[in-house]
Design a protein around this ligand. Structure first.
Ligand SMILES: Cc1cc2nc3c(=O)[nH]c(=O)nc-3n(C[C@H](O)[C@H](O)[C@H](O)COP(=O)(O)O)c2cc1C
Length: 244
């Protein structure tokens, strides 16, 4: 193995940070790394809002479901999928801008790839990170707070700072569950889930001194027995995205 892979394998989300603001050099390095990510046809369909204002961070923490590590952190980044720049460039060339589900996926994937590069860069500097999908609880309020124009939406936040806690690694599905050679192997996937359920039940039991008896499948069922964030589609359409 090498140092990069070791860093990747050592990832765990951090949810408590020291009260230390990131330096300009750190922020610049992290954003440069984000920009270096692959991007569909070089469209670079994202904008990153760095939220340094403590008042705005406090509001965002509330909007994200009272996640205090949005407020008490070194830097809070909001990764936005952004078609507005592409529309302007197209129209400046005298053409009509056409968008659909494909361009929505392109912008969302671009934002996610940039974010993951930022996350890895931060971790390589000894910092901790946690993604904050919670900002999609209140996407309209987040968009207004950050003055996002039409055709821009907040995909998720990324909180970055000096860790003030030591977390255990969260085990992943066995590799054969998610990696299939040459064709999709449903049985292999099912077996992996069964193994993982057993392992995760032990993991939760140990972490909670026997108080939590659950596993991965139960957690998934809990999450998906009702639709998640059903407000998202009307919100996106309202922001000018055409999901057709
Ligand atoms: C897009 C995305 C959104 C997430 N949103 C939140 C969030 O709002 N709050 C939180 O505490 N963790 C959030 N997480 C972190 C995940 O819960 C975490 O990555 C996962 O449980 C695996 O744990 P690990 O990162 O420690 O390995 C998010 C992760 C991703 C990728």
């Amino acid at each position: 193995m090498n140092e990069v892979i070791e860093l990747l394998l050592n990832h765990r989300s951090v949810r408590r940070f020291k009260d230390i603001t990131l330096s300009e050099e750190q922020t610049e390095a992290i954003i440069s790394a984000a920009q270096a990510a692959s991007t569909s046809s070089n469209v670079q369909a994202y904008t990153i809002i760095g939220v340094t204002d403590p008042g705005k961070r406090q509001v965002l923490a509330g909007l994200a479901g009272n996640q205090s590590y949005v407020e008490h952190t070194g830097l809070f980044l909001v990764f936005c999928a952004d078609l507005s720049r592409l529309k302007e460039a197209t129209e400046q060339q005298g053409e009509t801008f056409h968008q659909n589900t494909e361009s929505f996926v392109v912008a969302t994937v671009d934002a996610a790839l940039a974010a993951q590069n930022a996350a890895i860069a931060a971790e390589s500097l000894g910092l901790g990170i946690c993604y904050i999908g919670g900002i999609r609880n209140k996407p309209q309020e987040v968009s207004e707070l950050l003055e996002l124009p039409e055709l821009v939406y907040p995909v998720f936040g990324l909180t970055i700072g000096v860790p003030d806690q030591e977390n255990a690694l969260r085990p992943r599905l066995p590799q054969h569950t998610v990696y299939h050679e040459n064709s999709y192997k449903r049985e292999q996937s099912r077996q992996g889930v069964a193994e993982y359920d057993e392992a995760m039940e032990r993991y939760y039991k140990e972490r909670t001194q026997g108080r939590t008896i659950t596993n991965w499948s139960k957690g998934i069922a809990d999450k998906y027995r009702q639709p998640g964030r059903a407000h998202l589609r009307p919100f996106l359409e309202n922001r000018g995205f055409r999901l057709e």
